[in-house]
Ligand binder design. Structure first.
Ligand SMILES: Cc1cc2nc3c(=O)[nH]c(=O)nc-3n(C[C@H](O)[C@H](O)[C@H](O)COP(=O)(O)OP(=O)(O)OC[C@H]3O[C@@H](n4cnc5c(N)ncnc54)[C@H](O)[C@@H]3O)c2cc1C
Length: 378
């Protein structure tokens, strides 16, 4: 008998399992490790201040809290002796290259300025426009840009490494881990009492569903709509031997793509956003063409880079691009932590922590009412 079962071992489930195990709860993580797990492909951009500009207003305060949680979490993991998670504050350049990007640039700058001034922030050093030449000094592969805004606070993390680190630490605290698929939930009366894995019934007091895009499958059984759908993202890792890319900032342009540089002479460029892709995480000719074409447009200095890896992930996307968090009315002991879409690496560790706290009965005071499953009327 377990205190809590966590379904899914991406960034959200790994974080929930970490916080549960650390608190002493008898926890079982069940993860099918599907091909296309979003956490394994995510670019790793962490910058609430400069992202989600078109999302509903409830996203921003939550995202600020979530990204703010990175600093104590990484500090804690480092003090526990985990290896590198790729986490670093590198800053971000938001650039307009072609004329068709200038309006979007101005609008994004306006939103970021408004958000920051609303919070009494930031200093000019933290957020300011830079000249095209200064932009290229920061990210030498850039071509000619017309406008560039620099934000010093943006960070990046390697989702794969972070999820693995959380699970390693959780296992040290007693987490049990099974690489299997949960077929269904066991619900008796108005309470969840465990899960079904093949012919085996596994009992638990509480269950957290953190199954990413695959979470949708539980809706039918529960008689609610869980409107999370897969959105395929293809992303390419470019290697630049002999080039020190460790301090290059994140670059964000306005045809929906970005670049993230890492310490090992690598720049990750992406990504496609394929709505309606279904559960088919494959690399397509059109996807690779789109990603490399956009990277070359913004940063022609990458054209001689070696293609080191191509990853594909299925973002768990909801219709309003907000996550689905909290309980399901009428089913005690069951918690949802899913639907983080294009922002799951930013939000995921915090969401997992919250889910763990709900299961432990810890009052955290975080307002997640905007993310309730009930907003879909299911
Ligand atoms: C190309 C790309 C770029 C991205 N870039 C960024 C970025 O820069 N910044 C950012 O914040 N986010 C980014 N994201 C989004 C982010 O990666 C995701 O939102 C996040 O990783 C989702 O985490 P998750 O744990 O909810 O789901 P996942 O990582 O998909 O994990 C879900 C897990 O649950 C398991 N599972 C599902 N159903 C079951 C079941 N029935 N039984 C057992 N196990 C089950 C699956 O096998 C899987 O392992 C990006 C995503 C992609 C694809």
């Amino acid at each position: 008998m377990h205190d809590v079962i966590v379904i899914g071992g991406g960034i959200v489930g790994a974080s929930a399992a970490y916080h549960l195990a650390k608190s002493g709860a008898k926890t079982l993580l069940i993860d099918r490790r599907d091909k296309g797990r979003a956490t394994d492909a995510g670019a790793g951009i962490l910058s609430a201040e400069t992202s989600g500009a078109s999302l509903p207003a409830s996203w921003f305060p939550f995202a600020l809290q979530a990204v703010g949680y990175y600093s104590p979490l990484i500090g804690e993991l480092e003090s526990e002796g985990v290896g590198d998670t790729g986490y670093a504050v590198t800053g971000e350049l938001i650039v307009a290259v072609d004329d068709d990007e200038l309006d979007a640039y101005a609008e994004k700058k306006r939103v970021i300025d408004e958000r920051q001034h609303g919070r009494g922030l930031p200093s000019v050093e933290d957020l300011h426009e830079v000249s095209p030449a200064e932009a290229r000094e920061l990210f030498p592969a850039l071509g000619q840009v017309q406008k560039a805004l620099y934000f010093s606070g943006a960070a990046r993390v390697d989702g794969r490494l972070l999820a693995a680190a959380l699970l390693k630490m959780a296992e040290r605290s007693g987490l049990a881990n099974r690489a299997e698929g949960v077929d269904s939930l066991i619900v008796e009366g108005s309470r969840v009492t465990g899960v079904q894995v093949g012919s085996e019934t596994i009992s638990a007091d509480q269950v957290i569903i953190a199954g990413g895009a695959w979470s949708v499958a539980f809706g039918t059984q529960l008689g609610v709509q869980i409107p999370v759908e897969p959105q395929r993202g293809q992303i390419i890792h470019l290697s630049l031997p002999e080039t020190d890319t460790g301090k290059w900032p994140i670059v964000d342009a306005f045809h929906g793509h970005y670049m993230v540089a890492w310490a090992d002479s690598r720049v990750v460029v992406g990504a496609t956003r394929e709505v309606g892709s279904g559960f088919v995480p494959y690399t397509s000719a059109a996807g690779v063409h789109e990603v490399l074409g956009e990277a070359m447009r913004v940063a022609p200095g990458l054209s001689s880079a070696q293609v080191a890896d191509i990853r594909v992930g299925l973002r768990p996307r909801t219709a309003d691009n907000l996550p689905v968090m909290g309980g399901i009315p009428g089913v005690e002991g069951l918690y949802l932590a899913m639907g983080h879409g294009a922002n799951g690496l930013q939000l995921g560790p915090f969401s997992g922590k919250l889910a763990a706290e709900w299961a432990l009965g810890v009052e955290n005071g975080v307002d997640i009412s905007a993310f309730s499953i009930t907003r879909f009327g299911g």
